[in-house]
Each structure stands twice: as C-alpha cells, then as structure tokens.
Ligand binder design. Structure first.
Ligand code: HAM
Length: 438
C-alpha cells in the first residue's frame, strides 16, 4: 500500500511552493522597510521552553505538542527505566515567539539601553490539533518579534505593517476584520481574573463542562468558548477594558489613537483573549469571514512584556505577530483572487532530430548562464510534441534547431505570442533574447 503524507500535513506542490517563496519575499520587503531583520531558530527546542513560555495550561502546550526524547535517551528510558533529563526532552515548535525570545536572551541581542531588536522569521510550526480545513498539524507561519521597547508606537507600527502586508499579497481589505483588545498587566489582570472567576461561579449552572474547568485554571479562556450558551453568559461578564490600571489604559488609548491617526480601521473585542499565556496589554487578530468556517484567523499577535523573564532573561518588553500562510491562501481563494502560479519559461530549444541534440544542449546552458529560464526536451519527442511541451511550460520563445540550421550556424526563433519567426545566428541567440526581453 502506498504511504501518504501524515494526517494534518500538506505537500506544497510547485505552484504553491513558488507562492510560498514569493510570500516570504514580500514579507521580507514590507517588514524590511520597518527595520525587521531575519532570524532562523531551530525547529525543535527544549520542551521546557514552551512549557514556561507559552504556559503549561494552554491547549497548545497541554494537548498539542509533538514531543520526542532524543536518540539514545529513549532506549535508556524504555530498556533501563532511566527517565530522560529535561534537556533531552525536545518538542517541535508549536509557534515561533518562544524560540526567538530564547535566542534574544541567549545571545544578548538587546543589551540594556540598546535600540529594540526587530526580528522576522518564516517556517513550519507543529500542533497536534484535529485536522480540518484551515487547521493543520504542520503549517507555515511568517512572524515578527520586536524586543526591547514597550512604547505604544511599536504596537501600532506592527499592526499597520501587518495590514500593509495583507494588502500587498492581495487579500482585499474589505474581507478582513482587525480585532483589538488589551489584556492588562500583572498589576490589573489578577484582580480582573478573580472577578471573572466569581462571575462564572455565580453562573456555573449555565456553563459547559470545559468552561467550568476553565473557571478554575484560566477563566479568561471562557471568552473563547464556541458554545452559544457560554457565549451569552460571557457577554455579560466583566470586561477587561473596564478594569485596566491607569498605565495599561493609557497605553491602550495611545495604540488606538495611533491606529486612528493612520486610518487603520479596527474593532475592539473584549472576547479576544488569544490562546497563549504570555500576552500582556495589546492583543490583536485579523479574521476573514468568507468561507473559512471557524478557522478564520489569518494572523494575530500582541505584547508579551514578561516572556523574556519567564525564559530566564532580564526584563525585556516585547511585541510580535504571526500569520498563517495556508490560511492566507484560503482567504485569497475565498475572495476570488488568483495567486500567481507557475514559473516562467523564457525559451524552449526544440530539436528537429537527434543529430543536433548536443548543440541544443550547449545552447540551453548558454542561455541559462545568461539568466534565461530555458528548457529542452530530454526524451526524444517529435517536434510536434516538443511544441506542445513548450506551450505547456508557457515558453515565450521557441528556438528550433535542425540539421540544416546547424549547418548554417543558426536557429529559427519563434515568438510564441505573435507567431513570428526569424533566423538568428547561434552565437547571437543570447543577445537576441536580451533585446527581445528588454
Ligand atoms: P497564533 O494565533 O497561535 O499566534 O498563530 C498565528 C497564526 O498562525 C494564526 O492566526 C493562523 O493563521 C495560523 N495558525 C495557527 N494554528 C494553525 C493551524 N493549526 N493550522 C493552520 N494555521 C494555523 C502565534 O503563533 C503567536 N506566536 C503569534 C505572536 C508572535 N504573538 C506574539 N508574537
């Protein structure tokens, strides 16, 4: 029986893989203008990093991590009952923030008093979720993290940058909703959390089992519950934005004023609590409603002023976001926007018979060396089939080389759009291609 890709994973076939490359390139260009530089951290980290960074009680850490015991340690555990040390418990990264913050701490990328470090990354993330449309076990994210500044201008410029990026890749602005909230800080959130817990206790009979557990562990997560009855109860719960301390209220107000000033339209959403425990103050999410079901968040992020300390560094405020590539593709499809497909082909060199193959092969190399995407047939197809192949590849030009042409030292160069032909000397094909393309 044939073996398929693991459940919840997808192959990015060439068209989509090409778009993924373009997508990353566009991110590098847009985020680069805001001063973000690339960083590439390991795909696996010590499990402990995610437990401390993202939070033990989150779904991501408690239910969705792919964890492995490295090599020899697994054998020792199974055969000798020797439990592995923390450093040999590794997990595939479920998200990128914890690893980037770990790297910032480890390499002291934000020395005290330095300007903030602005970092961007792209790559696969892994969550053992129940697969469905828009929800995979391996998916690709592009993300940014800015560490070392707590000022609201950092929050606002990141949100503006995120919206610019979506527009640049072609997701129509009117199909997106930008949701905004503040999660408060360690000064104001604990008291607020207790108020929500007390409110939930008073309404325990109306809440689902999961929310009753949430009331114990992390009551704010109940705002996320999809059960309509829970949603109705939580709609009347105390709202964080009514319970922010003065500093958090001022910070949130400044972020909103900056977004207003930049003409960025957002909706305040008290239900937006996000699924990762590290957030403080600003949180945001971009959702699309069109045909994406419940997996409609195409990106999200927020501020995490305590995370660096959680993973053992000194106090370093931070803010970032990540967006899901596959969900952006779904959003583009739902909005009827074609994403650019298929590689271009500048020239196809066709052989009339086998006697000219060696010269054709050399011509193909010359054209490639000059930077033209050039192809030829390798399987001795008929001339007619070679033209069909050239058509399929979308070749802009076809150079036909036969024994007569070879004797005369030339090719017949056909423009596939205008169907015009001209004889071109073999040594002038590269020059002619350059002239034609210019
Ligand atoms: P997140 O909201 O968990 O945030 O994920 C960001 C985006 O990744 C989501 O909005 C979604 O587009 C995509 N995504 C998440 N899970 C899946 C999945 N199972 N299948 C397909 N796409 C998915 C974070 O990951 C934070 N690290 C963002 C951040 C950066 N916050 C601060 N800095």
């Amino acid at each position: 029986m044939a073996i398929n890709a693991p459940e919840g994973t997808r192959d990015l076939l060439p068209d989509e893989a090409l778009f993924w490359n373009q997508f990353k390139q566009t991110a590098a260009e847009v985020f680069g203008t805001y001063g973000y530089l690339p960083i590439d951290t390991p795909i696996m980290e010590q499990t402990e990093l995610f437990v401390r960074g993202i939070g033990e009680a989150t779904d991501v850490v408690s239910k969705e991590m792919f964890t492995a015991i490295s090599g020899e340690n697994l054998r020792r555990w199974v055969e000798e009952g020797k439990a592995p040390k923390a450093k040999s418990r590794l997990s595939l990264r479920p998200e990128g923030t914890a690893g980037v913050v770990r790297a910032v701490v480890q390499h002291d990328l934000v020395p005290q008093g330095a300007a903030p470090a602005k970092l961007m990354y792209a790559g696969p993330m892994f969550r053992a979720e129940r697969p469905q449309k828009g929800r995979q076990r391996q998916f690709n994210q592009v993300g940014v993290e800015c560490l070392g500044a707590e000022e609201p201008t950092i929050d606002a410029e990141a949100i503006i940058m995120l919206m610019r990026f979506y527009e640049k890749v072609g997701i129509p602005r009117e199909s997106m909703r930008l949701l905004l909230n503040s999660m408060g800080c360690e000064q104001c959130r604990p008291a607020y959390r207790e108020q929500v817990r007390a409110y939930m206790d008073a309404h325990a009979g109306e809440l689902c089992e999961t929310c009753l557990t949430r009331a114990e562990v992390n009551p704010l997560r109940a705002f996320d519950c999809k059960n309509p009855q829970c949603a109705a109860v939580m709609a009347e719960a105390p709202k964080i934005t009514d319970h922010l301390c003065d500093d958090c209220r001022e910070h949130y107000g400044a972020v909103k004023a900056l977004l207003d000033g930049a003409g960025v339209v957002y909706e305040e959403d008290y239900k937006l609590v996000r699924g990762l425990d590290y957030y403080t103050r600003t949180v945001f999410e971009v959702q699309v409603d069109n045909g994406m079901g419940s997996q409609n968040a195409i990106g999200g992020g927020g501020r995490y002023d305590k995370l660096a300390e959680e993973v053992g560094g000194r106090a370093t405020p931070g803010l970032g976001f990540a967006l899901g590539f596959e969900r952006c593709v779904l959003a583009l499809e739902a909005a009827g926007v074609e994403f650019p497909r298929a590689q271009r082909c500048d020239l196809f060199v066709a052989c009339v018979d086998d006697t000219v193959r060696a010269r054709a092969f050399a011509l193909v190399q010359e054209c490639r060396d000059a930077g033209f995407v050039t192809e030829m047939d390798h399987q001795k197809r008929s001339l007619k089939s070679q033209f069909k192949l050239a058509d399929k590849l979308g070749a802009a030009r076809v150079a036909v080389l036969g024994p007569d042409e070879l004797d005369a030292g030339e090719v017949t160069l056909r423009d596939m759009a205008t169907h015009t032909e001209a004889k071109v000397r073999l040594e002038e094909v590269v020059g002619e291609m350059s002239r034609a393309i210019l």
